[in-house]
Design a protein around this ligand. Structure first.
Ligand code: ATP
Ligand code: MG
Ligand code: FE
Length: 346
């Protein structure tokens, strides 16, 4: 059974193809991504109109490349899965329209799926089925959440989330403050490797005894970095970019891993999966590995390419829905920019 996955919620046009085996195993056949990130770089964030237009231009060529890589034809497709939310309304609409056209013309079922559940599903392409329950730490450009995943095809419950900025958003904003390019995750990760993570004691948000145990806050950290850098500049001193990057990154990784391990321990979950763009972060993975090992928790993190937005994760989630016998979406499927993570498919 071949599942086509289409992703267009933000600035990546992704097309993935997977094969669902009779035993429920999901095999990756193609994962093609076209990004408009360079067109947004000078604005320091994604410009919705620019992203929508880029999706329109990239959709068919990306689709062609995916089929070429997989050595498949359109007529081989047995089901189509597409991100219908959350994300940018205009961007989502391009993927959903394309998916409807393919599903209708091929006469195959259509599944409108949740982008965030897709990020979690990405890991199954690399490490196989998730044990039930699994704790997922989803950290991306727009979200930072702790999720209890009982069933990828039907039951995801939010345990905690950020009360202000997402972790990736904090990376992007801090990069700007220290003069690194957008998106900020990769350059901060690189600079941090040359810096001292203990150089500056940046605050760990929501870690006080009376704070919500499983929620996150990164806005205070971001402001604190900005104030620290401003003070340096005011004194005419050079900003130690590598040390700021390392110290900021340490604060983010510390809070994320401490809260994830605590949730897994408190709630009796022995597997932690980290996914979303920020899961590509080297220090986050390293610290998570140390702390999970100490707590007896199995850690799963997909390779960086599967952490950031892609169509393969959407195809994988579609495959789990098909395998579970979940009812397909209707052809009047619409987008939902604010789709909650608990709604895995519509
Ligand atoms: P969402 O999934 O919440 O809708 P999104 O799709 O824009 O948001 P992703 O593509 O999953 O987010 O992730 C992009 C984010 O990941 C950006 O904020 C980027 O800075 C961050 N990121 C990418 N690589 C790294 C890294 N190595 N370290 C830290 N952050 C990273
Ligand atoms: Mg992106
Ligand atoms: Fe994403």
């Amino acid at each position: 059974t071949i599942i086509l996955g289409i992703e267009s919620s933000c600035d990546e046009t992704g097309v993935g193809l997977v094969r669902l085996g009779p035993d429920g195993a999901v095999e990756l056949l193609a994962d093609e991504v076209a990004s408009s990130v360079e067109q947004h770089a000078r604005f320091g964030g994604v410009v919705p109109e620019v992203a929508s237009r880029a999706h329109l231009e990239a959709m068919v060529p990306t689709m062609r490349r995916a089929f070429e890589v997989a050595g498949l034809r359109l007529s081989d497709v047995d089901a189509v899965a597409v991100t219908c939310g959350p994300g940018l309304a205009g961007a989502l609409l391009v993927g959903v329209s394309a998916a409807k056209a393919y599903a209708l013309s091929l006469g195959v079922p259509l599944y409108g799926v949740n982008h965030l559940a897709g990020h979690v599903a990405a890991d199954t392409l690399e490490h196989g089925a998730l044990p039930s329950p699994t704790l997922a730490l989803l950290v991306s450009g727009g979200h930072s959440q702790l999720l209890r995943v009982d069933n990828l095809a039907g039951e995801i419950t939010e345990i905690g989330s950020t009360i202000d900025d997402a972790a990736g958003e904090a990376y992007d904003k801090v990069a700007r403050v220290i003069g690194l390019p957008y998106p900020g995750g990769p350059p901060i990760d690189k600079a941090a490797q040359r810096g001292n993570p203990a150089a500056i004691p940046f605050p760990r948000g929501l870690t006080g005894p009376r704070d919500a145990k499983y929620d996150f806050s990164f806005s205070g950290l971001k402001t604190s970095v900005a104030r620290w850098v401003e003070a340096r500049e005011r004194d005419g001193e050079e900003v130690p970019v590598d040390d700021v990057a390392a110290s900021f990154q340490e604060a983010v990784a510390d809070v994320l891993t401490a809260k994830a391990v605590r949730a897994a321990t408190d709630l009796g979950m022995s597997t932690l999966v980290i996914s979303g763009g920020v899961a590509a972060n080297s220090r986050l993975k390293q610290l998570a590995a140390e702390r999970c090992a100490a707590a007896g928790i199995t850690l799963r993190v997909p390779r960086p390419r599967l952490c950031t937005d892609n169509g393969a994760m959407i195809a994988a989630l579609g495959a789990h829905l098909v395998a579970a016998g979940v009812k397909p979406s209707s052809l009047d499927l619409t987008t939902d920019p604010a789709l909650p993570v608990s709604t895995i498919s519509v």
